[in-house]
Write a protein that binds this ligand. Structure first.
Ligand code: NAD
Length: 363
C-alpha cells in the first residue's frame, strides 16, 4: 500500500474524482464488481479479503487477478485483524468503507455456525472500531440482506416491515449487524448505510447459489433439485442483476454524507439509513430453471422435493420505493437478460465455448 499510494492520495484517485474507498470482501462476487466500477469512474479503491474456502478460492483469485489488471490492490487479510485495519487507515485516508466481507449463504450456517459469528458479528465490530478511530472517520456503506425479513407474509417487503423472525443464523447475524451499526452511528457519529440485497446474480457469481449450480448440473447432465414450499407453493426469489446492485452501492456511497465523529447528539446527527436493493419482480424456481434451459439450449433433469427446514424462506419481494426516491435506484435488467449474460460468462470462464467440455455434445 505504501508503495502504491501517496499518503493523502490513494490509488486510483489521480484525477481527484472524489472518493477513497476501502472495499472489504473485494475478491468476493459483489466486492469485485463494485471495486471495478469505482476504479473505472476514477475513485481510489483498496480491497481486503481473507480468501476463505467457503467456495472455490480459485474463483476469488481469478477475481483478484482481474482487479489487479485494473490497478485495484487487494490486501490478503481478515477484518478481525484490528492492527492491520489500523495500519490501512493510517496509510490511506479513506473517505468511505464499502463493507461486503461476510460469511454468506443460508444453508452452510447449519454446518459451520461459528464462521457467521466470526465474520458477520465480530468482524463487523472490529471494522467499525477501526472506522471510529480513523481520522478522517469514513462513511460506512454495508451489505445487510433481504434475509432479515425472514418468515414475513407482508409482501413486497418494505424497510419499515418487521424483521423479528429471522429464519437462519445468517439472517440473524445480518439483523445483529443492523443493530450494531445503529449503535456506532448514535454513539460515535459514524455515517451508516445498510443495503438489503435481494438474491444477487450475474457473471463472476457465487458457485453456492442456485442459478450457478443449476447451470453446472444442467451442463453436466446431472439433476437439479428444486425445492417446493408448503402446500406445494413454488419458492420465489426477487433475483437482482449485479450491475443494478453495483449502481445502488455507488449511489449509496455518493449520498452517504459525512460521519460527524463523536455522536449524533453532540455534533449534529450523522445519517443512519437502510435501503432495499431488489428487482421488484420475483420469479419462481421452476421458472428460473426453464429460463436456464432456454439460455443453455439443454433440457434439465428436475428432482422436485419438499423444502427442508434449512433456513431458506419461501419467497422474497422487494419494495424499492425508498431507494428509488433517495438513491435514484432503478433496476433495469430482467432475469432473462441477466441470465443470458451470466451464461455467456460461465461458458467462457469454464471453457465450454472452446469445445473442451461435453457442452458440444448437447447442441
Ligand atoms: P462472497 O462470499 O462472494 O463475498 C464475500 C467475501 O468476503 C469473500 O471473498 C470472502 O472471502 C470475504 N470474507 C469473508 N469473511 C471475511 C473476513 N472475516 N475478513 C476478510 N474477508 C472476508 O459474497 P457476495 O455474494 O459477494 O456477498 C457480498 C455481501 O453481500 C455479503 O455481506 C453478503 O452477506 C451480502 N449479500 C449477498 C447477497 C447475494 O445474493 N449475493 C444477498 C444478500 C446479501
Amino acid at each position: 500500500i505504501r508503495a502504491s499510494a501517496s499518503p493523502r492520495r490513494p490509488p486510483g484517485s489521480a484525477e481527484g474524482a472524489g472518493l477513497s474507498v476501502l472495499v472489504t470482501g473485494a475478491a468476493g462476487f459483489v466486492g469485485a464488481h463494485c471495486s471495478l466500477a469505482l476504479r473505472k469512474r476514477g475513485d481510489g479503491v483498496v480491497g481486503i479479503d481473507n480468501y476463505n474456502s467457503y467456495y472455490d478460492p480459485s474463483l476469488k483469485k481469478a477475481r483478484r487477478a482481474l482487479l489487479g489488471s485494473h490497478g485495484v490492490f487487494v490486501v490478503d487479510g481478515d477484518i478481525n485483524d484490528g492492527r492491520l485495519l489500523a495500519k490501512l487507515f493510517d496509510v490511506v485516508p479513506f473517505t468511505h468503507v464499502l463493507h461486503l466481507a461476510a460469511q454468506a449463504g443460508v444453508r452452510y450456517a447449519m454446518e459451520n455456525p461459528s464462521s457467521y459469528v466470526r465474520s458477520n458479528v465480530a468482524g463487523l465490530v472490529s471494522l467499525l472500531e477501526s472506522c471510529k478511530d480513523a481520522d478522517p472517520q469514513p462513511a460506512v456503506v454495508w451489505a445487510s440482506s433481504s434475509s432479515v425479513y425472514g418468515l414475513n407474509d407482508a409482501v413486497p417487503f418494505s424497510e419499515a416491515h418487521r424483521t423479528d423472525k429471522p429464519a437462519s443464523l445468517y439472517a440473524a447475524t445480518k439483523k445483529a449487524g443492523e443493530a450494531i451499526t445503529h449503535t456506532y452511528n448514535h454513539i460515535y457519529g459514524l455515517s451508516i448505510t445498510g443495503l438489503r440485497f435481494f438474491t444477487v446474480y450475474g457473471p463472476w457469481g457465487r458457485p453456492d447459489m442456485a442459478y450457478f449450480f443449476f447451470t453446472r448440473n444442467i451442463l453436466q447432465g446431472k439433476p437439479v433439485t428444486v425445492y417446493r414450499g408448503r402446500d406445494h407453493v413454488d419458492i420465489a426469489r426477487d433475483f437482482t442483476y449485479i450491475d443494478d446492485i453495483v449502481r445502488g452501492c455507488l449511489a449509496a456511497l455518493d449520498t452517504a454524507g459525512r460521519s460527524t465523529g463523536g455522536g449524533g447528539r453532540k455534533r449534529g446527527a450523522a445519517p443512519y439509513r437502510i435501503f432495499n436493493l431488489g428487482n421488484t419482480s420475483p420469479v419462481t424456481v421452476p421458472a428460473l430453471v426453464a429460463m436456464l434451459e432456454r439460455c443453455l439450449m439443454v433440457k434439465a433433469r428436475r428432482h422436485v422435493v419438499e423444502m427442508p427446514g434449512n433456513g431458506d424462506v419461501p419467497f422474497t419481494h422487494a419494495n424499492i420505493s425508498l431507494a428509488r426516491e433517495q438513491l435514484g435506484y432503478k433496476p433495469t435488467t430482467s432475469l432473462e437478460m441477466g441470465l443470458k449474460k451470466f451464461v455467456r460468462w460461465y461458458l467462457s470462464y469454464y471453457g465450454y465455448n472452446r469445445g473442451t467440455h461435453a457442452f458440444r455434445n448437447h447442441l
